[in-house]
Design a protein around this ligand. Structure first.
Ligand SMILES: Cc1cc2nc3c(=O)[nH]c(=O)nc-3n(C[C@H](O)[C@H](O)[C@H](O)COP(=O)(O)OP(=O)(O)OC[C@H]3O[C@@H](n4cnc5c(N)ncnc54)[C@H](O)[C@@H]3O)c2cc1C
Length: 301
């Protein structure tokens, strides 16, 4: 009996998927495009040009499924992990359960509706295709595979029809939202694009990334890349500062991985207070500059 995990080298979410797979107590196989520091029994290195090509990566996984007949195939609940397993499912005509937090044989618990409910489901398939909900399982430490085997998947033209040909760095500088230790986020309460200057100033002092709610991106105050939530980026900082954000479930889906949440809101009844560890009730246009001024004083700046 074996379990196969699709691994992206250097990817924290892949280490979370491995941690869940290890609990299945089967021989653990990994498949990756490029060498990966993962403690599996066998790491299968697919000889494919490293740039992302979901069809080609899925073809590699399908080939290994035929070879190993694993009981389960897991991948990270990332954009790439979900896309590759969706291709695998389509090619094998199998069901696919995304955002899983627990597995017991064919039974899975998975996150649904942007994190507002946990579903217990039974997957009826000879091979269970699962992605692991981000930050639901502690990542295991990087390690070294016991054995490594290279293989060249048979690829057709259609497998490479979609592929990344170039990467363009995001405009703007600073800390990446997904990896930031502190995020200062603004919602409708900020009031305008210009209003974000106080959010940016505070973020700059804290070495934080700036985030926002969907209302803000819909209004064109900030780019979509700054959006936190179900349809934006999922963040897991040590501290998430939500300024003028009501705390809709779709927003909380993106920030509930934060270790601590500080809400700054004019409304003492705002739903975000149910998720917040700390709250300051009042006008953010006064509170945020006051925090910034205190930080400057403390830093002697
Ligand atoms: C399918 C779907 C996907 C979605 N995906 C996302 C997503 O990824 N991310 C996301 O954020 N939303 C998402 N939404 C939208 C979500 O439902 C909410 O509409 C949105 O999050 C609300 O944004 P907000 O909190 O900025 O605005 P509001 O809900 O209008 O809240 C504004 C808050 O600011 C406070 N406020 C106002 N003025 C001040 C002030 N001067 N000082 C302090 N506080 C003040 C108010 O008390 C209020 O709590 C999605 C919705 C759907 C249907």
């Amino acid at each position: 009996m074996s379990v196969l995990v699709f691994v992206e080298p250097g990817d924290e979410l892949s280490l979370q998927a491995l941690a869940l797979a290890r609990g299945l107590e089967s021989e653990l196989h990994g498949v990756s495009v490029g060498p990966a520091a993962v403690a599996v029994d066998v790491l299968h290195l697919a000889e494919i040009d490293g740039s992302y090509a979901p069809g080609a990566w899925a073809a590699a996984v399908v080939q290994l499924i035929h070879q190993l007949s694993p009981t389960h195939v897991l991948a990270a609940g990332s954009d790439n992990g979900n896309e590759v397993l969706a291709h695998v499912a389509a090619r094998l005509d199998l069901p696919f359960a995304a955002n899983v937090t627990e597995v017991q044989g064919g039974e899975v618990t998975r996150v649904r509706w942007g994190g507002s409910l946990l579903e217990e489901a039974r997957v009826h398939a000879p091979v269970k295709l699962l992605t692991v909900a981000p930050h639901a399982v502690a990542a295991e430490a990087a390690g070294a595979p016991v054995a490594t085997e290279s293989f060249a998947p048979e690829l057709g033209e259609r497998d490479l029809a979609v592929r990344v040909q170039a990467r363009v760095a995001a405009s703007g500088e600073g800390v990446s939202l997904a990896e930031a230790k502190v995020v200062v986020s603004g919602g409708r309460g900020v009031g305008s694009a210009e209003g974000f200057s106080i959010i940016e100033e505070l973020a700059g002092l804290l070495g934080a990334a700036v985030g926002c709610s969907r209302v803000v991106t819909s209004a064109g105050w900030r780019p979509h890349t700054d959006q936190v939530g179900q349809t934006g980026t999922k963040v897991s900082p040590d501290l998430y500062i939500a300024c003028g954000i009501s705390g809709a479930t779709q927003h909380i889906a993106g920030c509930k991985g934060a270790k601590r949440i500080l809400a700054i809101n004019a409304d003492a009844e705002a739903p975000i207070l149910a998720s917040a560890d700390y709250a300051v009730i009042g006008d953010l246009h006064e509170i945020v500059p006051a925090i910034t001024a205190e930080l400057r004083k403390a830093k002697g700046a």
